[in-house]
Design a binder for this molecule. Sequence first.
Ligand code: GLN
Length: 378
Amino acid sequence: MQSKLPHVGTTIFTVMSALAAEHGAINLSQGFPDFDCNEELKQLVSASMQQGHNQYAPMPGIMLLREAIATKIARSYGTRVNPDTEITITPGGTYAIFTAIATYIRPGDEVIIFEPAYDSYIPNVLVNGGTPVLIPLTFPDYHIDWELVRSKITPRTRMIMLNTPHNPTGSILSETDMQVLEQLTDTHNLLVLSDEVYEHLVYDGSKHQSILRYPALLSRSFVTFSFGKVFHNTGWKMGYCVAPAHLMKEYRKVHQYLCFSVNTPMQYGLAKFLETPEHYLSLPAFYQEKRDLFLQLMAGSRFTPLPCKGSYFQLMRYDQISDESDMDFSVRITKTAGVACIPVSAFYQDGHDDHVVRFCFAKKQETLVQAAERLRSI
Ligand code: GLN
């Protein structure tokens, strides 16, 4: 039988995490925290199990959680979304993205994707019969060249995919980007799929430019979020999607036959946890401190940092160290220096290589100290 994804292998995150484990290296590759999630949150989830919340949740998620999310959205972005018809709880952000694509992308539809691109986007489009239209972000600041975008739009363009804060680069979209996007998507009647899983990880006083701040954009968008990324429990696979009722109605038709509903006790736990806004309002400062510590520790190294304005990823150039490919370099430093990272070329279909690697700084202070010590010796 012919493969639907002949060019897809094992994800780079799995490959590099396995290599790190094999060589006992500090794992700054795959994006996940090496510290535990909040104790109170774990207790809230345990309590909801003890209270008997152990059967199927309603298909779109429990109302209590959807209401808590709507309150958080109103507070963070000044927008009222209807928890009944416009929010669906999903098993993670990746699932939320796939489901939006599966809902609307048909064979022949073109989907604009910016590279470097998070690794699931292109296979998600391909498996649904769509055609990814790849547009490079500018290097080294990783901005969108809107003129280039305009030149790639055809009558078959159906959707544009965004990711802010951006994985792997740590760039963020500006208010001007959002205004251009609004005008462009209106002119060409495009859907928007906005991956905002790092929404609270925005630094130096910048505002997260969520689609949720822009009612006209929201009227044509799916916006996806992750609890795992912001509440330090990636293993729980909990997230959600926000979309206007007419789009969400179709999304739920797909969702109900993909997983039907998401685990119940965690939904109750998260709903209670969200009642305290400090739990998410504290996140920018929490992660900015980690970014700053990592940068400070790396100052004496031969790596050159690129700006990180959001996410928990720090890109580094290594051209003062070596002219190896970024894959060879990543494998070598994992094996010999004992620190694993991700080669950014893995986020390009054609393996484009600017000699940049990605480090995840969602780590304990001692992990960052130890990793930087090793990296300074390279
Ligand atoms: N989002 C995480 C990262 O970028 C990885 C998730 C995964 O391994 N699929 O590292």
